[in-house]
Design a protein around this ligand. Structure first.
Ligand SMILES: NC(=O)c1ccc[n+]([C@@H]2O[C@H](COP(=O)([O-])OP(=O)(O)OC[C@H]3O[C@@H](n4cnc5c(N)ncnc54)[C@H](O)[C@@H]3O)[C@@H](O)[C@H]2O)c1
Length: 250
């Protein structure tokens, strides 16, 4: 198994790509902490993993809450003995409002999608330093590389921050054997908070920019996260991996 004996925290794992990643990690032998604000859905994902023979627990976490992060990391170590992997996946959409100049959305998106990743990284790095190393995988997006007409610029700014924070983490904590890489999904199933980008007409237009001619599946992102999280990627750090059907190659 590709993650035998590894302990992983995955944020936003009650839904979408985080849930797919948690299930995949469970099958590959990891002990998984599902960290999310959605209790019912998060517990259901943990139950599924346990029923399938894996090991998972749910913990409530709002990624913008620094004290909450400390509790989750401490509880993870109490429950499973250590922390090897953090997947900073929780996020909210940049199309939650149609007003591209809405300042309230700026604050919300930056808090969850950018500050949340910093707080998670800080909490995990402190633990991983005493643990002899670890692997952090950050969910950025194609929106962290290019601007888009239908997406609030807070989403581009936050995902761009995640891209470069990934490189800061890699260069600052490589000495502690901590690796950090970013994943950049393209057109995927809509997020829970998606507005315009969930509209079939808008999605059909967006599809025209995808060389593979289809949207991606959550398991295709989970596969990429699994690789970067695992020891198979032991000499890869500070890298960005596009899972976008070729969108950024056009
Ligand atoms: N779906 C896409 O098209 C797409 C494309 C590129 C990148 N992404 C990124 O991938 C990640 C996962 O997206 P998804 O499509 O699975 O979305 P989703 O909406 O299905 O899942 C997001 C999860 O994050 C959780 N979450 C939101 N705010 C939180 C907070 N403050 N604290 C803790 N948990 C919180 C939600 O409860 C949910 O379970 C996000 O970072 C997103 O920005 C998504």
């Amino acid at each position: 198994m590709r993650l035998a004996d590894k302990v992983a925290i995955i944020t936003g794992a009650a839904s979408g790509m985080g849930a797919a990643t948690a299930r995949r990690f469970g099958k590959e032998g990891a002990k998984v902490v599902i960290a999310d604000m959605l209790e019912e859905e998060g517990r259901a994902v943990a139950d599924d993993i346990n029923k399938a023979g894996g090991k998972a627990v749910f913990m409530v976490l709002n990624v913008t809450d620094e004290a909450g992060w400390k509790t989750v990391v401490d509880e993870t170590v109490k429950t499973f003995g250590k922390l090897d992997i953090l997947v900073n996946n929780a996020g909210i959409s940049g199309s939650a409002t149609n007003d591209l100049l809405d300042s309230a959305l700026w604050d919300r998106v930056m808090a969850v999608n950018s500050t949340g990743v910093f707080l998670g990284t800080a909490a995990a790095v402190r633990q991983m330093q005493s643990n002899g190393g670890g692997s952090i995988v950050n969910l950025s997006s194609i929106s962290g590389i290019v601007g888009q007409t239908m997406v609030h610029m807070s989403y581009n700014a936050a995902k761009g921050a995640v891209r470069i924070m990934t490189k800061s983490t890699a260069v600052q904590f490589g000495k502690d054997k901590i690796r950090c890489n970013s994943i950049h999904p393209g057109l995927m199933p809509p997020m829970r908070t998606s507005g315009a980008t969930a509209d079939p007409v808008v999605r059909a237009k967006m599809l025209k920019a995808v060389p593979l001619g289809r949207n991606g599946e959550v398991d295709e992102v989970a596969n990429a996260i699994l690789f970067l999280a695992s020891d198979e990627a032991s000499y890869i750090t500070g890298a960005e991996l596009y899972v976008d059907g070729g969108y950024l190659a056009m």
